[in-house]
Design a protein around this ligand. Structure first.
Ligand code: APR
Ligand code: PHB
Length: 393
């Protein structure tokens, strides 16, 4: 079996790449180790930057997004008993974000790929990538109980943080930058209408909380919890009470969330990770395979999309002109954006969460920083520009 681009992983990075390449007339094969239902139901984030929305639309994957996506022009930040709204368009020259769950993006891209694109194999577990520094790298995988080999012109590892593609870059040439955080998120989905029509990020002495949404009738809520927390320790009642306590603010006395059945609970670790470079020979890394951000800045999916947009352009240029110049600059181009997002995600995370070992002095510094965002248009614009995302150029 031979293809031009072998794509490992059918998450948002792999699926969007396959679609972009299809539109450029470049054939690819996507190998995904899980089954379709699993991939379509895995709960992930849900904020799309303007550039991500534009890319999905341009790729022909924007129809349902345009119908069901919810444009958001701001977020609310709660701290020190106050609520402050950050208005994106006025601070960024008209940019905003769209709330549309990653699971929905994935469903749309899978449907398109199966209808119009090249092969997308589920239950296809990649075991290794070989010959990264040769003209025909090969991907070994197990499908329907058989070991198979896909020979490729290029291989792209879109196989997430736990994938195998990273290992194709020799350890001696790879640098890893990493940070773990001393807290996790308990994320829940609830059949309850969001009370407020924008996201609310809350700093509180009890820990961070975030109110997001999936639709006008489904809320997505998060609580900072200690690492190692067992969801069994969190009854529905305890979750709702804790959310209300963390969101409480004198700006909206008596404010409470609308309660409803909680349909899923999971604990998510918080991690920052970058692997450099994002290319070795004919193997490229994209999305979570190369970098992880903690979810506080809502950057993970958008970074994955940005990587594959840059890569699809580079492969299209190679295909039409024979020039590998954009492939050669792929890693550096992506890493610039990656490190900006790493910094922003770290800033949002460390400013809004309470480290269990944090001193009263450090808490006052967090409040001072949040006061600055609330009172200075420059500080607010810095946050808004990063949140809505830098243009792709
Ligand atoms: N063989 C085949 N597929 C694999 C393998 C393997 N050895 N290892 C992992 N995969 C698949 C996973 O099952 C998953 O579907 O690769 C896919 C990786 O998808 P994601 O983890 O969603 O990563 P990515 O596409 O880069 O998207 C990044 O996902 O984790 C979120 O917050 C993150 O929103 C961001 C987005
Ligand atoms: C989500 O809706 O799941 C979400 C929103 C914003 C974040 C993280 C997650 O910062």
């Amino acid at each position: 079996m031979h293809t031009t681009v072998g794509i490992i992983g059918g998450g948002p990075a792999g699926l969007l790449l396959a679609r972009l390449l299809h539109n450029e007339g470049i054939d690819s094969v996507v190998l995904e180790r899980r089954d379709r239902t699993y991939v379509e139901q895995r709960q992930r984030a849900g904020i799309l930057e303007q550039a991500t929305v534009d890319a999905l639309r341009n790729a022909g994957a924007g129809a349902r997004l345009d119908r069901e996506g919810m444009p958001h022009d701001g977020i609310e930040i709660r701290f020190a008993n106050r609520a402050h709204r950050i208005d994106f368009p006025s601070l960024t020259g008209g940019r905003n974000v769209t709330v549309y769950a990653q699971t929905e993006v994935v469903k749309d891209l899978i449907a398109l790929q199966l209808a119009e694109g090249g092969p997308l194999l589920f239950d296809a577990q990649v075991t290794s990538v070989e010959g990264a520094d040769t003209a025909t790298p090969a991907v070994r995988f197990i499908h329907e109980g058989r070991q198979q080999t896909l020979s490729c012109d290029y291989v792209v590892g879109c196989d997430g943080f736990h994938g195998v593609a990273r290992n194709a870059v020799p350890a001696s040439l790879r640098t890893t930058y990493e940070r773990t955080y001393p807290y996790s998120w308990l994320g829940v989905l609830a059949e309850a209408p969001p009370v407020y029509n924008e996201l609310i990020y809350a700093h509180s002495e009890r820990g961070f909380a975030l109110a997001s949404m999936r639709s006008p009738s489904v809320s997505r809520l998060y609580l900072q919890v200690p690492n190692g927390t067992d969801t069994a320790a969190w009854s529905d009642q305890r979750i709702w009470d804790e959310l209300d306590a963390r969101f409480a603010t004198d700006s909206h006395p008596g404010w409470k969330l609308e309660r409803g059945p909680i349909t899923s609970k999971a604990v998510l670790p918080m991690r920052s990770h970058v692997t450099e470079p994002m290319r070795y020979g004919r193997v490229f890394l994209a999305g979570d395979a190369a970098h992880i951000v903690p979810p506080t800045g809502a950057k993970g999916l958008n970074l994955a999309a940005a990587d594959v947009i840059v890569l699809a352009r580079a492969l299209a240029r190679w295909r039409t002109t024979g020039s590998g110049d954009l492939l050669d600059t792929y890693s550096d181009t992506c890493l610039q954006r990656v490190w900006r997002a790493e910094h922003f995600s770290y800033f949002m995370t460390t400013t809004l969460h309470t480290d269990p070992n944090q001193s009263a002095f450090e808490t006052r510094l967090q409040i001072a920083q949040l006061e600055r965002v609330a009172t200075s248009p420059h500080a607010a614009a810095e946050l808004a520009e990063n949140y809505t995302g830098l243009p792709l150029g």
